[in-house]
Design a protein around this ligand. Structure first.
Ligand code: EPU
Length: 337
């Protein structure tokens, strides 16, 4: 294991923020994880596990951590039942490439999540979701390294407290667990999930819809609406879609009859934060190099040289503007460091 100092993190975060890591190491094996954590303890530095850096905003110039860039590889079929095939994938594998590879191998089930930037490990931490599917629906087991016991432990999906863009790995009490691999349960009998209208429109006219068709449809829809992080820095949706109770919803509906909302049960409604930011006049707005994307107001973008602090200030402005207009408090979706 090699520890580097003052490493530029710009290539390692999709927001393209030019922060530096005080210490940096690449993790290829479980032994690397153990050695890196031991090094961090010995030197009194907090570790930070970095996946694809696709859901991250670094607000300081120097991140005073040991950044452990997760690069554990591997993809293998590890079992099956009559209903599903189990495929175990290393935490450092690229998410989109994994979805693509699995479909080529004949394993469908993750196609709605195509083109999401990031790694397989981060997919479960964040419980990524798009077009009516969340990764949690396909997770069988997650292998984690637990520094408290110094052992590798297997966690079942039911133990991971999965919810909208949330898992147990985001809780302070479990944040020190390091995800090593994810085992997916992929259905042998597959039906497309075309509940999202734009996706259904995209495959209209096809006689039979394959997982590859859905994959390509998702890529087309996402490419139309979301920036390619290689071209324009972003972390996908910057805020979560907020959930409000029935009374607040009725009051909002009266004032804003066209407010975009989804019933999430229990009398609660989820509101489209992108719609609210757009209505507040901030779609495509820009202050210096920090701004909101011209085609999707929920996405904060770095037009080039915005610092993390500038992007964070911009986000606070968006949050305050939406709160002033709608009385709704937006919460950031990415990890803020
Ligand atoms: N809208 C506007 N103006 C905008 C943006 C959105 O009017 O500038 C409206 C849209 O017309 C639509 C509604 O708001 O009626 C929702 O927009 P969209 O379908 O683009 O989805 P979203 O709620 O903004 C969520 C996820 C995305 C995911 C899509 C598709 C969150 C925070 N975001 O976005 O996930 O791809 O649904 O399922 O839940 C991410 O998490 O990084 C992400 C990109």
């Amino acid at each position: 294991m090699q520890i580097q100092e003052l490493v530029d993190l710009k290539p390692f975060n999709t927001m393209a923020v030019a922060a530096k890591a005080r210490y940096f190491t690449t993790i290829k094996t479980q032994t690397d994880v153990q050695e890196a954590l031991a090094w961090a303890t010995e030197h009194g530095v907090k570790p930070f596990v970095l996946g694809g850096g696709a859901n991250l905003l670094i607000t300081t110039e120097v991140l005073d951590r040991l950044v452990m860039r997760m690069a554990i590889e591997g993809l293998e079929v590890v079992g099956e039942t009559d209903e599903v095939t189990y495929v175990k994938v290393g935490a450092g594998e690229d998410w989109h490439a994994t979805v693509d590879r699995l479909i080529t191998m004949g394993y469908a089930g993750l196609e709605n999540l195509a083109l999401i930037p990031g790694t397989v490990g981060a997919s479960v931490v964040q419980n990524i979701g798009a077009y009516g599917t969340e990764v949690a629906q396909r997770v069988q087991e997650i292998e984690v390294f637990n520094p408290a016991t110094d052992e590798v432990e297997a966690m079942r999906a039911q133990e991971c407290d999965f919810a909208y863009r949330h898992s147990i790995f985001k809780d302070a009490t479990h944040a020190d667990l390091v995800v090593l691999s994810v085992t997916f349960a992929l259905p042998k009998v597959w039906t497309p999930n075309l509940s999202y209208k734009e996706l259904a429109n995209q495959v209209e006219g096809l006689e039979t819809v394959t997982a590859r068709d859905v994959f390509e449809a998702v890529v087309a829809v996402r490419s139309r609406k979301l920036p390619d992080p290689k071209v324009l820095g972003s972390a996908g949706s910057f805020f979560k879609n907020p959930v409000v109770d029935h009374d607040q919803f009725l009051a909002l509906l009266e004032k804003f009859p066209s407010i975009v909302h989804y019933d999430v049960g229990g009398g609660h409604q989820k509101l489209a934060a992108g719609w609210m930011i757009d209505q507040a006049g901030l779609k495509g707005h820009r202050e210096g190099d920090a701004g909101t994307y011209e085609k999707q107001a929920l996405v904060l973008v770095n037009h080039g040289e915005a610092t993390g602090a500038e992007l964070w200030r911009y986000a606070q402005m968006v949050k305050a503007t939406v709160n002033a207009k709608f009385g709704v408090v937006l919460e950031p979706e990415p990890v803020i460091l």
